[in-house]
Design a binder for this molecule. Sequence first.
Ligand SMILES: Cc1cc2nc3c(=O)[nH]c(=O)nc-3n(C[C@H](O)[C@H](O)[C@H](O)COP(=O)(O)O)c2cc1C
Length: 421
Amino acid sequence: MLQGKRIAFGVCGGIAAYKAADVVSKLQQAGALVDVILTEHAEAFVTALTFSTLSHRPVYTTLWEPTGDAAARHIELGARADLLVIAPATAHTLARLAHGLADDMLTTLALACPAPLLLVPAMEHHMYQHPATQANLRLLAERGATILPPEVGHLASGIVGIGRFPETAAILAEMRRRLGRSGDLAGRRVVVTAGGTREPIDPVRYIGNRSSGLMGFALAEEARDRGAEVTVVVGAVSVREPFGMTIRHVSTALEMREAVREVIAKADALVMAAAVADYRVEHPARHKIKKGSQAENADGSLNMRLVRNPDILAELADARALLRVGFAAETTDLTEHAARKLVSKQLDLLVANDVVRENSGFGSATNEVTLFHADGRVEPLPPLPKRDVARAIWDRVVSLLRERDSETEMPERDPATFPTA
Ligand SMILES: Cc1cc2nc3c(=O)[nH]c(=O)nc-3n(C[C@H](O)[C@H](O)[C@H](O)COP(=O)(O)O)c2cc1C
């Protein structure tokens, strides 16, 4: 996604300017060609040498350099950029941009640059909340700029408030999202579920599973980078949540069902990568179950009745406008179980994996899956990093969505076409 992309990266004279160095470094590592432009005041905080060393490219600080080129540097840099990012964007530069001023390299380039603009404001919280700053941000957003709002946290002024420069991962995610707007999922809304559910036994214990959230998050990030508007419904996970998408937290299977039903209203596709518990404790104890308490049997054993949870995907079988992708984590007879699930839940695609196999399934960075298509095709994929598995799944979903777009009516499925159903 960032590989080979040309990024014009403006840095203003804010205290967060040093943090921009990390963003530039990560961009360079991701294969982006980063042209850094420092304002005069940025140079009071950081040096061109720092950024040039990290970007492996020249850094631009002045509009007045006699380059000898036919196209002035600011025009050339602006014209070739895929994205213009200004991070940190100071209150002063936001004001200059809002008014169309062009009194230095960065603001002149901003006017001359047809690429999308991403602004990352960072400043003391009164400065940020000042009506002038807010009005400038609104105006810039109206003109099409993407604003990544600052975070609440410890500010250089010593107080806690809004104005903090977001972390590198959040900025990179926003850049990917902005660059992905011309991707093959642009204009699509997708919902992904990730992680595992927790079914309470009592207030401190639960029945859970080993889902890490890795596969679901890989799917969500891939969709984001291809232009989709992504909502992730997240259960219990053991990895960091991605940025650049809407995240809904849930705990139990019933909560996940509720959240999914709410967020699919306008969605084009639902990919259920979460490991949802099939059963829940019928009556979770209100207080912690103690050893030797009345709940215990005479022989020290404890009885718990489990009841079946609803099948979220199967319940949505009537939602024909929604393309539905399921996951099947199996430990035996993968093909048979998967094919049966595909038919019984009337899915468009089922991704099956043998979770006891090495380098596959829960917590593993890679996954070896077989895709079961609604038309009966069975497509085994080689062991791949989860992000590549996600890519393959969205490739198939994109084709299905296109097919659906061009169809007026859904063709009836013939269950007999499934090999082992
Ligand atoms: C120590 C110090 C820290 C500053 N930090 C910020 C800041 O975080 N955000 C901001 O908008 N302005 C900050 N300023 C004010 C800007 O440096 C000032 O408005 C300057 O004119 C910005 O110029 P530029 O936008 O062309 O880079 C700071 C100033 C000083 C002296």
